[in-house]
Design a protein around this ligand. Sequence first.
Ligand code: KG4
Ligand code: ZN
Length: 351
Amino acid sequence: MLMNKEIVILGIESSCDETAAAVVKNGIVLSNCIADQKIHQNFGGVIPEAASREHQKNIIPIVEEAIKIAKINKEQISAVAFTVGPGLLGSLLVGLSFAKSFASGLNIPIIEVNHMQAHVLAHFIKNDKNNDLQKQPSFPFLCLTVSGGHTEIVLVKDYFDMTVIGKTGDDAAGEAFDKIAKTLGLPYPGGPLIDKLAQTGNPLSFHFPSPNVSGYNFSFSGLKTAVLYLIRDEMKKNNNFINENLNDICASVQYTIVNILVNKLKLVSKELNINEIAIAGGVSANSELRKSLLKTGEETGWNVYLPELAYCTDNAAMIASVGYLKFMKKDFTSQNIVSKARLEFENTNLH
Ligand code: KG4
Ligand code: ZN
């Protein structure tokens, strides 16, 4: 008789400043553990060397935790999925080297996962709570993928058939949040803090111009400079300008970023006649972006898909879940694989 074999995937994510491990059994997340690195808070950004060192410190404990919470034995693991790129090289190397040695010790395969593809596929993560209920986008859909390093519009035709059709020519949206937060004297990462402070601010207090970028592409460096100039000029008149206006500045910055993102999505959706709209990546946790997309959805007839908050920012559940999909296709990776700091989607066709 053919036995239904259990497929258990250990997923490892270490592309930036989160060391994460997750276990997925037969496509369902059993554990999703993250050790985030507080060390970068006071530097206004991630210090690559410090990040690699923290990954080295965290990787074994976080994997042990993921295995314990999943209530499995190491011997049950069928394959190890890991982030191959894009990301910080020193950070990626820690996850990849761990995956290789752990897998060769157990004599099981490894599976490489593209971090940005995993963010998009986070919409298909299954856990015991959402298994029956989760609304998943249907193909083809548009995914606005917004993180600390990327801002892209991805045309998703199938799980592994994705084309980048628009992207930022300078800063990513998350980077804009973080750099502006730094200018305002807020710790890293500034995105979630701006989101929080904006709740009680007036988004129309300060007007920042939106960039005029052709096609489906973005630009955020002008906004960063506009905020810098506003602060420089106002501080000359009032030393306490930031403190007195912090919530309003945050709300106005967030309003501008969200408008830039949503307006571009409206253009692409109209031109390609696609109403299945998803978001992914760290900035997809932004409450105003989520609200604005739902509102636009109601107005324009979009079906809007927002990932669960735990699956927006970097996590290993998305890596293990993609690992499971690849395992089912027997898409394994050779042990001589190397990390790829710069890794594009297979398809890029900018408009
Ligand atoms: O996907 P992610 O965790 O890591 C990268 O792959 O970059 O994204 C991190 C980015 C940071 O720039 C962070 O400030 C931003 O996502 N972010 C947010 C929010 N939560 C995270 N930005 C705005 N509002 C949020 N609530
Ligand atoms: Zn990410």
